[in-house]
Design a protein around this ligand. Structure first.
Ligand code: FAD
Length: 383
């Protein structure tokens, strides 16, 4: 049954995306995991089908829809069972493009947003550094103004799409003495002299999604590539975090649903002691608990999404949804793997990848500890 939050147009979109994911993405997942790369054609196809522009105006090639439409896309891609794929497509369309739409100049929108929506250019956001993760204000990369350009020096780590992206939104200190009030965001194009990919990082999961270590050495970026106002970058990053965290919660709901389906399918077909293992009460009750957890995180996530889509204050609700959904998704995936017995630990069963992939949820886009910290402050516990 459709959830009350979504209208008929959202449900129609859901059917379209679901069919696309099953037909055009799922059959190739294992190959992309092996090659550790998602082909460009996937981004182009999503652009062609209008999936990257769901919430952007038509004048930029978008569909003029709303955040709920975009949420449907994120959740349905995740229902394909790959957090790596959901992460790569989600970072491009839900993390790199929105700040360009919200804070970019007409020219920046033309150069980056329009080809980004079309899937012709892929974007990334580079904030994290070897010595600055949760503490965004402590980044050390600098951008010094020199005539009509800025000169960037520093490095970025763990950057999704960082290896193959055509452009990267890079956070750098334009006023190093001013803490979080001295950060700016720059659009840096691939091929800009002084910008290089140090290496592609090897990960525990999300293998198809590329994660890069990026280096900036006297990298000269034209002043017109400054995104938004100078020294306002921290606020742009924080603004984007809300949607990014909601996306993580939606992806967790989608992938937890697949994990549960996989577990139910397996225990129904696996016979031990002369009967399907699904008929053992201990197994059935475990599945009930997993299904209950899934509906709990769906409820919390949709509630936060509804508030967000209405433009209402929702810092506490989004942080709670991100916290609960990412933790529950990995727990559900672990339970599902357990119910597969030894086969669950083998690479040929998707649950093995889902379990590895879901581990990342409590780390990216603000760790679980940081989510608890935000909620504690929202609850005024330290007053
Ligand atoms: C696969 C992957 C993809 C990523 N993609 C991107 C990307 O595209 N762009 C980007 O900029 N970054 C990206 N990141 C980085 C990610 O956002 C950071 O890893 C995350 O913010 C945590 O930072 P850190 O790893 O430096 O850990 P740290 O901040 O060093 O934290 C270490 C531990 O200390 C805890 N901790 C830190 N501060 C506190 C506190 N105040 N209270 C309690 N506990 C605390 C943390 O929760 C954690 O458990 C990615 C990371 C991964 C793994």
């Amino acid at each position: 049954m459709a959830h009350w939050l979504f209208g008929e147009e959202h449900e129609a979109l859901r059917r379209t995306v679901r069919s696309f994911v099953q037909k055009e993405l799922v059959p190739h997942l294992e190959r992309w995991e092996e090659s550790q790369e998602i082909p460009r054609s996937v981004f182009r196809r999503c652009g062609e089908l209008g999936f990257f522009g769901l919430k952007f105006p038509e004048e930029y090639g978008g569909q003029g829809g709303d955040y709920l439409a975009s949420a449907v896309f994120k959740e349905e891609v995740a229902r394909g069972g790959s957090v790596g794929l959901a992460g790569a497509l989600g970072v491009h369309s839900g993390v790199a493009l929105p700040p360009i739409f919200k804070f970019g100049t007409g020219e920046q929108r033309r150069r980056f947003l329009v080809p980004g929506i079309a899937g012709e250019k892929v974007g990334a956001l580079a904030v994290t550094e070897p010595n600055a993760g949760s503490d965004v204000a402590s980044i050390q990369t600098t951008a010094r103004r020199d005539g009509d350009s800025y000169v960037l020096n520093g490095s970025k780590i763990f950057i999704t799409n960082g290896v193959y992206a055509d452009f990267v939104l890079v956070a750098a200190k334009t006023d190093p003495a001013a803490g979080h009030r001295g950060i700016s965001l720059f659009l840096v194009e691939r091929g800009t002299p002084g910008f290089s990919v140090g290496r592609k990082l090897a990960k525990a999961g999300m293998l198809c999604s590329d994660t890069g270590y990026l280096i900036f050495e006297d990298c000269r970026v034209p002043a017109e590539n400054l995104l938004g106002e100078e020294n306002r970058g921290f606020y742009l990053i924080m603004d984007g975090f809300q949607w990014e965290r909601l996306m993580m919660a939606l992806v967790s709901v989608g992938v937890a649903e697949v994990a549960l389906e996989q577990a139910v399918g397996y225990v129904r077909s696996r016979t031990q002691f002369g009967q399907p293992v699904a008929r053992f009460q201990a197994v059935a009750h475990r599945l009930v608990d997993m299904a209950t957890q899934l509906e709990m995180i769906r409820g919390l996530t949709y509630q936060a999404l509804w508030l967000f889509a209405q433009g209402r204050p929702c810092l506490k609700e989004v942080s709670m949804a991100k916290l609960a959904a990412t933790e529950a998704a990995h727990r559900i995936a672990g339970e599902a793997l357990q119910l597969h017995g030894g086969y669950g630990y083998m690479r040929e069963y998707p649950i093995e990848r889902i379990w590895r992939d879901t581990r990342v949820g409590t780390i990216v886009a603000g760790t679980s500890e940081i989510m608890r910290e935000i909620v504690a402050r929202e609850m005024e516990l330290y007053r």
